[in-house]
Ligand binder design. Structure first.
Ligand code: PHE
Length: 466
């Protein structure tokens, strides 16, 4: 997918070449964006945060914060053409500021490692659910039986840890071979297939008799159910689902040809990602209400509602198998993006081979991930701050590291980089450029700051003992 024939008249080029086409780039970024975040995480946090108001805040965050951050990340990546740490250092100096901007890149590398440590555990669940589906485990089960099956699965630590190991192994394998091969093909087939299957499920949800209730839950804002904490979660999710705030998209942007429109590519990805998340909600919530389940039941939500739906469908085992295979693929293409910044950095900085770098990063993430895997069973009672180990890693990465990363990235693009540099990357000084610049300089940073300060105020107050 990456070709080494990029023309580079006087321009900086990436060691790794450039994407073969605009489509290749869009597919890679979409592959990274569409993942467990859309289908597993989005519905369960909507459920935990009361529905409509949360969804509205999420959509505002996607447009006003997600879109400008994504454009900033791609333009920084393309201008620097290195791994995120080296790019931030290089551009920091070049734009007359400081090499210390590299710490933003370093924070992103860390965020990717932390996210992947628990992402891989849930990715492992999808693999187990493929096997369960093939075995027809869900056929005819009622809601209580599906929930009991899920909780028995989670409490089996050996099983959860084994699935995590397999998922991490798959991810390390692809990253070691180089992301170029296979990824484009996988995504080209995956996203349309996923949407198609989701439409089948949507038809099932519409027929459940509770579709209107699901729609009402998702789109009627009841503001009393939303706290500042909820707003921070919506912001974190907008960043998480678009894969921004941690350098993955910056790394992909480094391979983008000069002539590709950053604004156009970003818009396509943002729309595709949002449609898939909303579709997931429209499938899950009618099923939740039709079966008297609790929308706030947490990370198990999708693993309880969908098997239930499949268990009562003609050809359910088949559809269930296909669905979990697609979900596993979606998780896989995202996991690759999470690992890429750390691996690219090891390769460029320490002259490791790709395989060596992938093995060390993959190994470290596997060990960290055991903490999350065990927090659903043997370490369930180890609780502090946000909850279990899994809850804490999840909270720290999505709700703290991604917002802070996104804030610094947009401040860099909006304030530190000079107008000429950003205008050149975004194609001139037209209306879209002006809109981006206003968002990136003011709306996005101020929005992120307000949310962060309001949520962290009580915690900081407690720390300071006031
Ligand atoms: N966007 C991915 C998802 O929604 C997760 C991800 C985050 C992937 C950050 C890469 C980088 O599942």
């Amino acid at each position: 997918m990456l070709s080494n024939h990029a023309s580079n008249e006087g321009k900086r080029t990436s060691l790794h070449g450039t994407w073969s086409s605009r489509m290749a780039f869009i597919l890679a970024v979409t592959g990274s964006a569409v993942g467990l975040g859309n289908i597993w995480k989005f519905p369960y946090i909507v459920g935990e945060n009361g529905g409509g108001a949360f969804v509205l805040v999420y959509l505002i965050c996607v447009v006003a914060i997600g879109m400008p951050v994504m454009m900033s990340e791609i333009l920084i990546g393309r201008r620097g053409r290195r791994n995120p740490i080296a790019t931030m250092s290089l551009l920091g100096k070049e734009e007359g500021s400081s090499r210390h901007w590299q710490w933003v890149g370093a924070m992103g590398v860390l965020a990717g490692i932390l996210i992947l440590s628990y992402y891989s555990v849930i990715g492992g669940w999808t693999l187990a659910y493929v096997i369960k589906s093939i075995g027809g485990v869900f056929t005819g089960l009622d809601a209580a039986a599906v929930a009991a099956d899920h909780s028995a699965f989670k409490s089996n630590w050996l099983m959860v840890a084994a699935c995590h190991t397999i998922f991490m192994g798959m991810t390390t394998f692809v990253v070691a071979r180089g992301v170029e091969r296979g990824l484009e093909q996988a995504v080209r087939f995956l996203v349309p297939a996923l949407v198609l299957l989701m439409l089948v499920l949507l038809a099932f949800a519409i027929n459940s008799g509770y579709f209107a209730e699901g729609v009402r839950f998702m789109f009627t804002p009841s503001w009393d159910k939303l706290s500042w904490g909820g707003v921070l979660i919506a912001l974190g999710q907008a960043l998480f689902t678009l894969s921004i705030g941690m350098g993955a998209i910056m790394a992909y942007g480094a391979y983008l040809p000069e002539e590709t429109s950053i604004t156009g590519a970003s818009a396509v990805v943002v729309i595709a990602d949002t449609v898939i998340a909303i579709l997931a909600g429209l499938i899950i919530f009618p099923l939740v209400f039709a079966n008297g389940l609790d929308p706030a039941s947490g990370p198990g939500l999708v693993f309880e509602t969908l098997p239930l739906a499949f268990g009562h469908m003609a050809g359910g085992s088949f559809f269930s198998t296909v669905f979990f295979i697609l979900l596993a693929f979606a998780a896989w293409t995202s996991a690759i993006g999470l690992m890429e910044p750390a691996v690219a950095w090891l390769v460029e900085q320490f002259h490791r081979t790709r395989s060596q770098a992938a093995l060390s990063v993959g190994g470290a993430i596997w060990v960290l991930g055991l903490g999350s895997a065990l927090s659903f069973n043997v370490l369930e009672d180890v609780q502090f701050m946000a909850g279990t180990i899994y809850d804490n890693v999840n909270y720290l990465s999505s709700n703290i590291l991604l917002p802070v990363g996104a804030l610094l990235i947009t401040v860099f693009a909006g304030w530190v980089m000079c107008r000429n540099s950003t205008a050149e990357e975004l194609g001139g000084a037209g209306v879209t450029y002006k809109a981006w610049r206003i968002l990136a300089r003011f709306i996005t940073p101020i929005g992120i700051l307000i949310v962060l300060i309001n949520t962290l105020r009580p915690a900081i107050g407690r720390l300071l003992g006031s």
